[in-house]
Design a protein around this ligand. Structure first.
Ligand SMILES: [Zn+2]
Length: 332
């Protein structure tokens, strides 16, 4: 018997149709599993675009890095960290995002924080590449608003010995510049803090020398719709940047929190890098309270990319509602 005829005859039987359907189903399932596995191992997406009124905002990812919350968080018991992370479907070691934000207003391209560059290994330092992939480049940045001079926010200003944003003026609060860049406070810094000062200075001083750093005090707009807001504690001159357009508002939060799972529920929880933990906790409680009461947008540098969303209050605790977005990447 002809083999094709034989197959055709067999396929005519209901049993064979069932077998064929099962085979096709199996192939589809196998393909789905492979696609899901591939998606799981993709890095997080590099950029995310939104409009606030008439102003364009682009969130950029600098990458992410595993963070051991047990070692990072203070003023909390390890069991509580385990409980809260579990409640949020996380482990006590989380993949922490590093985000930066581009704001296009008044004909200027303004970046809020600058990523890390080479300082923290290959999973971070992707801000310039992610900007280029989205059609932007570091040369077109006119201004960089720094929330604070920790090197996961300022490291990206310099790559090796090269200025990454050659046409940008860097804005930072006077209190922050005085703390990190002043020779007197550098010489008085305790030995264990010296390396942090050295790294911070290495990334900022080339811009100072080039005359491209401007310090500000609070209370005046820096650009149309952009107002710096004091939020001290994590560092002495830590700043938020408030952006408004057509009655809408977003607050760029910098480092007001480092673990959404733990600190929204327990705002009193501090971290080892807080210069003044008590003050950092009060600034955080105030920030959460105001964000929840007013319902404006939030953008956080270490919240899972793109780090944009809203906050609601439930008694003394808060809940984070990330912006609803779709992506081909894992999005964490
Ligand atoms: Zn940070």
């Amino acid at each position: 018997m002809n083999i094709y005829k034989s197959i055709s005859n067999r396929l005519k039987s209901a049993a064979c149709y069932k077998t064929l359907a099962a085979v096709i189903f199996f192939i589809i399932c196998a393909q789905k599993t492979i696609a899901q596995q591939a998606a799981r191992f993709l890095p997080q997406p590099g950029s995310y675009h939104m409009m606030l009124g008439q102003i364009e905002i682009v969130a950029f990812s600098d990458g992410s890095i595993p963070q051991e919350l047990d070692k990072l968080l203070t003023n909390v018991e390890p069991e509580e960290v385990r409980r809260l992370t579990k409640q949020n479907f996380q482990q006590p070691t989380v993949e922490a995002s590093v985000n930066a934000y581009l704001v296009k207003t008044g004909g200027k391209s303004i970046l809020i924080d600058a990523g890390t560059s080479e300082l923290y290994g290959p999973s971070l330092g992707h801000l310039p590449a992610n900007m280029r992939a989205a059609g932007y480049n570091p040369e077109q940045i006119d201004a960089i608003l720094i929330t604070h001079i920790h090197t996961d926010h300022t490291g990206g200003l310099i790559q090796g010995d090269k200025i990454v944003f050659p046409n940008a003026t860097v804005y930072v609060s006077k209190a922050e510049a005085d703390y990190w860049l002043n020779e007197d406070s550098f010489s008085k810094a305790p030995a264990k803090m010296k390396p942090y000062f050295e790294q911070a200075r290495m990334k900022m001083l080339p811009y100072v020398k080039a005359g491209r750093v401007k310090t500000f005090v609070y209370g005046t707009e820096l650009f149309p719709g952009i107002m710096p807001v004091a939020s001290p504690g994590h560092t002495p001159g830590h700043s938020f940047y408030q952006l408004t357009s057509q009655g809408q508002k977003i607050m760029f939060w910098g480092d007001i929190l480092h673990s959404g799972a733990v600190q929204f529920a327990r705002p009193e929880v501090t971290i080892v890098y807080d210069v003044d933990p008590g003050r950092a906790a009060s600034s955080r409680k105030k920030a959460f309270r105001e964000a929840a009461a007013n319902g404006y947008w939030i953008a956080g540098d270490h919240l899972s990319f793109p780090g944009i969303g809203h906050v609601k209050a439930y008694g003394n605790a808060y809940q984070w509602y990330p912006i609803n977005y779709t992506t081909t990447g894992s999005g964490q």
